[in-house]
Structure formats: C-alpha cells, structure tokens
Write a protein that binds this ligand. Structure first.
Ligand code: LMR
Length: 328
C-alpha cells in the first residue's frame, strides 16, 4: 500500500476534496414487479431522485422495475439475503411472514381508498408495519395502488358467472377462498406471468387495479372488466433489519424522510392513475365494461362475505373491527 488511510485523507484535504468523494456510494437496490408508469414505479424513481439529491455521492438508488431483478417468488427471500435493500410487494404477498396482513385481502371490507388510508394510518394499521420484525423484515410504510376489478373473457355480472372460470391470483389464501366462494378456480401465479397466461387462455381471468390492468395490457387480452371494487391492492415498503440497522442514524433519517415524501407523491399519483388508466382502457374500446347494479353487487357481497369468518381467528376480530371502523 502506498498510503495509509489517514495519509490519503491528508493528501485529499490538501488537494481540496474530501475522501467521501473518492469512495463509492452505497447502493440501495429497489426492485419491483410493475411497470414504470404506475404509482409504485414512479414512487421508486422519486425516492431515487430525493436520496441522490440529498446524499450526493454517498448513496445511490438503483431501481429495477418489471420483475427484472427479482419477482414475486423471490423478492422477499432476496431482501433477507441483502441482495436487494428495498421492495414493496402487494399486501397479499406476505402470507409466509405474517397472517395479520391477510386483513387487506378480505373481500368488500373497505368501502373505498379513503377508508384504506384511514385504517393504515390508525394505530392498528401502523402496528402492522412491525408484524414481521421477528422475521427480520421492517415495514417502512404503505403505498397505495387502488381497488381491484375483475377481468375475464365473459361478462361477470353475478357470482354464478364466475363458476368454473380460472382466475390468476396473488399468493394469498384469502383471495383463493374469495374465488372458491363463487365456485371459480383460483391459480396462484407471479405477476410477470399474467399477460402470457391470459393471452394463451391458460387462465380465463384475473383481478387487478386499473393501473396494473392498463400498464401491463391485460385489457388487450380480456373481453370484459367488471367494475366491482371488491378489494384493495396496496403495498408495504419493506427493508431488512440487517440493512436498516447498518445505516448510520443520521443517514437513515434522511433516507426515511425521502421515502415518506416519495410515498406522498406515489399516493397522489395512484388516485390520478386510477381515473386516467380506467379511461384509457375504456377509450381503447378493446374491452366491455360491466357495471353492477346495486342488487348485482350485493349478490357478490353475499357470496364472498363468508370468507371473513373463515379467517377471523387468524387475523383477529379486533383488527377486523378496527378496519371496519375506518369506513365512514
Ligand atoms: C399483482 O401481482 O397483481 C400485483 O401485486 C402487482 C403489483 O405489484 O402491483
């Protein structure tokens, strides 16, 4: 070695720049499965911009969209191995780590996104951010996408219309039970496979937000979308305890503040995209919109509502009551 570190520092100081300028920035990898023109895709890019502006040269954020780096089947395992430092899976994808988050999958639990937000911000909702701490996963916040709609190659107006139809679902036993309740066939598959499964008719339908259905072109390979708003698709931003604790407190605070700001940005966008992407899909004229009458919607509620009691014990009645109280 030519110079010891203190000597290098002295040389650098004499030359008028600091050692940190020489060091490689710490890389924060943020992997996700959706497209960039989505609330999560844009939130991730906003986070990158904020961190790199506030901690220039010290931290850099690399964003990997579209399941490029990790997908549904391995992103949480990769997080625990510190191969990625930040992921934001949908709340339906944490079942292996906690049963508590199953609450978000109960069909027809939340009236709208305002209720979802109120519950997430409540004491009960905030405590769920810590529900996976013992597994080494730290919840840093929630991010919205929107309410889910059903899509298929036929009009789904009544629960009986879904009978025998194969639906791709996220890996959630509650969502599986929701489709079982109407005699449909739920198939757990990663998000990255949905388009091809629909296109090849290996599955008949799926449920998703307007944003995901638009950005991944599912509407091009489905004939009907039922505007059911039957459930929520939101995210939890998670990191590993290993990575989070490795950060110096002052940097961690700056990174957390950047994340919170990026979430505010993403949430605002989620409301806009929900309306805009719905309209873009309708304007494309590639699918027929099925609007439910109050009676038809009630038939879906009646058919799916028994799922609540199936999972009440695991989720906790208190938590369900807390969620219900968020409906105005
Ligand atoms: C899905 O798998 O349908 C969604 O969770 C994808 C996403 O991250 O929005």
């Amino acid at each position: 070695r030519l110079f010891s570190k203190p000597k290098l520092g002295l040389v650098a100081a004499l030359l008028g720049f600091s050692l940190t300028a020489w060091a490689e920035p710490v890389e924060i990898k943020f992997s996700h499965v959706v497209a960039e023109n989505t609330p999560k895709g844009q939130m991730a890019l906003k986070f990158k911009e904020l961190v790199e502006t506030r901690l220039p040269g010290e931290y850099k954020v690399s964003v990997f969209p579209n399941s490029q780096l990790f997908g549904d089947n391995n992103e949480l395992a990769a997080l625990l191995l510190n191969d990625v430092q930040l992921v934001a899976p949908s709340l339906s994808k944490f079942e292996r780590y906690t049963k508590k988050l199953q609450i978000f999958d109960l069909p027809f639990l939340f009236d709208d996104m305002a209720a979802v937000d109120a519950f997430q911000q409540s004491e009960a909702g905030q405590s769920l951010l810590n529900s996976m701490n013992r597994k080494g996963i730290v919840g840093l916040g929630y991010l919205h996408n929107g309410m889910k709609q059903f899509s298929a190659n036929k009009a789904l107006s009544l629960p009986a219309d879904a009978k025998g139809q194969k639906f791709r679902i996220m890996p959630s036993d509650v969502i599986a039970a929701q489709f079982d309740a109407v005699g449909a066939v739920p198939v757990k598959k990663p998000f990255s496979e949905v388009f091809t499964l629909l296109q090849t008719r290996a599955i008949d339908g799926q449920e998703n937000t307007w944003s995901n259905t638009y950005s991944k072109k599912f509407y091009e390979v489905q004939s009907h979308i039922t505007e059911s708003n039957h459930g929520v698709l939101d995210y939890m931003l998670v990191t590993s305890e290993t990575f989070w604790k490795s950060l110096p407190k002052d940097k961690r605070d700056i990174i957390k503040a950047a994340l919170d700001e990026a979430v505010v940005y993403g949430n605002k966008l989620s409301l806009e995209k929900d309306i805009e992407d719905r309209q873009l899909i309708l304007d494309s004229k590639r699918v027929t919109l099925v609007s439910l009458t109050p009676e038809q919607r009630q038939a879906w509620v009646d058919a799916m509502r028994p799922v609540w009691s199936q999972f009440e014990e695991k989720i906790g009645k208190d938590l369900i009551d807390a969620a219900l109280s968020a409906n105005k």
